[in-house]
Write a protein that binds this ligand. Structure first.
Ligand code: HEC
Ligand code: HEC
Ligand code: HEC
Ligand code: HEC
Ligand code: HEC
Ligand code: HEC
Ligand code: HEC
Ligand code: HEC
Ligand code: HEC
Length: 369
């Protein structure tokens, strides 16, 4: 095994001497057997943070890895002090294998593989989140060897962990680090713009639609079917939608349409392949706009093109074959409203009449006896 060559690029002889002295001290400190840490709670450390920082506060402390990359070993104590873990965790609560100097041999050959090798650090205390990540598309990619997929410390930072949802926009910005193109589109959508310009607490951030730690592949038919429910959690919430004067009939009217019915049946039967449109086929995904916006795919002038994505050759009056999310009313589709009422009155009248007829008949039979 190639021990990575250690490059202590000290600023001057003074600093080198200081480290040499601290190695001596640290050897003494660490010589005392480190107590076994309990499994979930931070405890008395094998060495105090100050011991570690003695060496690691030096901006010049670095190590050259076998790939040739240099891993900086500088730890900013100000960041450590502002982390949510400050005052709760010692360095050795996370770096449990570091119990003395020299430390265990560094195995990683690149800075990225070093970071990835620390994946299990958070497991002990945040077990449920750790377990969820095992079931995510990110972890899957990581396991397949895609080292650009995120580990805990990419999203939360290792030494400067901050509350991950304060303010709420931080959540989407966390994903933006790697999904910049999607974030830019989202930022201009009705959802993203309301979040970023007004701090709106109701509109969805990335994790409302994708979850956080157990993000699934969104391009499966399972996700496609579920997406209707995702939109509906908010868009069927009357209290929320009344604030924006937005109709909550969108889900019920969709589910009653020929498209929605087929999709609903597929959901019931857990069928794959969903050719009928879900909400996002008409409204867009990360670029959803107000229905009246000139850029909206459901705005009157753009609607034919939207239907034509599937109904090839749709003519300008083709969209009228669907009522939209409107309940039939005097203004919208009075004919449909009239037919609906006709049946509402006719059916009880016929069935009622039938029942009366049978009862009278029975009565006759009984009295005639
Ligand atoms: C005497 C100086 C010194 C002290 C004290 C020291 N370190 Fe280090 N540390 C180093 C050097 C040098 C390296 C470079 C690589 C190596 O030797 O493993 C390093 C590397 C590391 C690394 C990265 C690589 C690895 O081996 O995992 C971590 C993490 C680390 N130290 C944590 C700590 C912690 C936590 C403490 C306190 C318990 C501590 N160090 C105390 C000098 C020190
Ligand atoms: C909440 C857990 C946690 C605590 C507390 C913690 N570390 Fe780390 N540390 C990590 C993780 C995870 C990594 C690897 C992630 C990365 O490369 O950014 C890391 C990386 C390092 C490295 C390698 C260089 C680097 O920044 O990648 C050094 C050195 C280090 N830590 C020292 C310390 C010292 C010293 C302390 C205490 C003052 C400390 N750590 C406290 C989790 C922690
Ligand atoms: C030794 C136990 C321990 C380890 C290891 C640990 N944490 Fe924590 N973590 C805590 C404690 C305790 C809190 C504070 C919980 C609270 O405030 O309710 C916390 C809080 C957090 C929070 C803030 C939660 C919130 O709701 O604001 C995040 C994010 C977090 N940890 C991420 C990490 C990451 C990432 C790692 C690994 C690099 C890690 N933790 C390692 C114990 C730990
Ligand atoms: C892809 C980015 C990402 C990764 C990877 C990630 N997190 Fe998170 N995490 C977040 C975001 C964003 C939030 C806030 C989500 C919210 O409130 O909807 C969060 C919330 C948290 C919280 C506080 C809320 C809670 O559920 O308790 C903890 C603790 C936490 N994460 C720990 C971890 C640990 C441990 C890992 C690794 C096993 C990890 N996270 C991996 C992005 C990530
Ligand atoms: C450190 C970089 C990084 C961060 C941060 C990150 N991702 Fe990813 N993400 C990736 C990589 C790499 C992939 C796999 C390659 C790809 O499909 O782009 C991926 C894949 C995905 C996929 C699956 C895409 C597909 O086609 O299968 C989704 C969904 C996703 N990420 C959502 C999120 C969300 C939501 C967040 C924030 C909570 C987030 N990501 C944060 C790097 C990141
Ligand atoms: C309103 C719900 C919603 C929000 C908010 C949302 N997404 Fe998505 N996302 C989806 C849906 C639905 C799909 C599947 C799209 C499809 O079928 O083409 C998807 C697809 C993806 C994909 C994979 C496909 C692609 O286009 O590469 C990634 C990666 C992704 N989203 C990341 C993000 C990130 C990052 C954010 C936040 C900036 C975010 N999403 C916000 C619903 C959402
Ligand atoms: C977390 C809640 C939430 C989720 C999930 C959500 N939305 Fe929204 N949506 C809102 C809120 C709140 C508004 C109003 C924003 C405003 O007017 O500033 C809105 C606005 C809209 C609008 C514009 C309405 C108008 O006035 O014309 C459309 C269209 C829309 N959403 C479609 C969707 C679709 C499609 C999905 C699923 C892919 C979805 N939304 C998921 C909360 C949500
Ligand atoms: C994502 C693709 C898709 C989009 C977009 C779409 N449809 Fe459909 N539509 C379908 C499928 C698939 C069927 C079922 C066809 C079948 O089973 O014969 C269907 C059925 C219909 C039917 C029932 C009669 C028939 O042709 O079977 C009407 C009417 C209809 N759609 C109107 C519309 C209108 C109006 C729009 C635009 C506002 C639209 N559709 C957008 C895929 C789509
Ligand atoms: C076949 C295309 C199509 C599908 C599928 C579709 N919509 Fe719409 N949506 C429209 C059209 C067209 C409008 C504008 C006219 C109207 O309100 O009917 C609209 C308007 C809206 C509005 C604005 C309502 C208002 O009060 O201004 C919201 C919110 C909305 N849709 C959400 C959804 C949700 C959520 C779903 C899935 C459950 C969905 N849509 C499915 C075409 C569609």
């Amino acid at each position: 095994m190639n021990r990575p060559s250690l490059v202590l690029l000290q600023a001057g002889i003074v600093a080198t001497a200081a480290i040499a002295v601290s190695i001596g001290i640290a050897r003494l400190v660490f010589a005392v057997a480190a107590p076994q840490l309990p499994d979930t709670e931070p405890s008395t450390p094998a060495a105090s943070d100050a011991d570690c920082l003695n060496c690691h506060k030096s901006k010049d402390l670095k190590v050259k890895l076998t790939s040739g990359e240099v891993l900086s070993l500088y730890v900013d104590s100000d960041l450590i002090a502002s982390s949510v873990h400050a005052g709760r965790l010692y360095c050795t609560d996370c770096h449990r294998d570091v119990t003395g100097v020299p430390h265990p041999t560094l195995q990683a050959s690149t800075t990225r593989s070093y970071t990835a090798s620390q994946y299990d650090v958070c497991k002990r205390c945040h077990f449920s989140n750790y377990t969820k990540t095992m079931d995510s598309v990110h972890y899957q990619r990581l396991a397949e060897g895609d080292q650009s997929a995120p580990v805990c410390s990419d999203c939360h930072s290792a030494h400067n962990t901050t509350p991950p949802d304060v303010p709420r926009a931080v959540i989407s910005q966390t994903c933006a680090k790697c999904h910049a193109a999607i974030y830019d589109v989202y930022a201009k959508s009705i959802h993203g713009a309301a979040l970023l310009t007004q701090g709106n607490p109701d509109v969805p951030v990335c994790t409302n639609c994708h979850q956080v730690h157990n993000i699934q592949n969104p391009l499966t038919s399972e996700f496609r079917l579920q997406s209707v429910q995702v939109c509906s959690t908010c868009h069927s919430n009357k209290e929320m939608m009344d604030k924006y004067g937005t109709s909550t009939a969108v889900t019920s009217t969709y589910l009653r349409s020929f498209h929605g019915m087929s999709v609903f049946l597929r959901t019931e039967r857990s069928e794959g392949n969903v050719p009928e449109p879900v909400c996002t086929d008409c409204h867009g995904v990360h670029d959803i706009q107000a229905a009246t916006s000139p850029n909206s795919p459901v705005m009157k002038a753009n609607l034919t093109g939207t239907c034509a994505k599937c109904h090839t050759g749709a003519t300008p009056n083709f969209p009228d074959s669907w009522l939209g999310h409107y309940e039939p009313s005097i203004e919208h589709a009075p004919a449909v409203l009239a037919i609906r009422w006709f049946y509402r009155l006719l059916i009880p009248f016929i069935i009622g009449g039938l029942l009366v007829h049978i009862l009278l008949d029975l009565w006759r039979v009984i009295t005639n006896r």
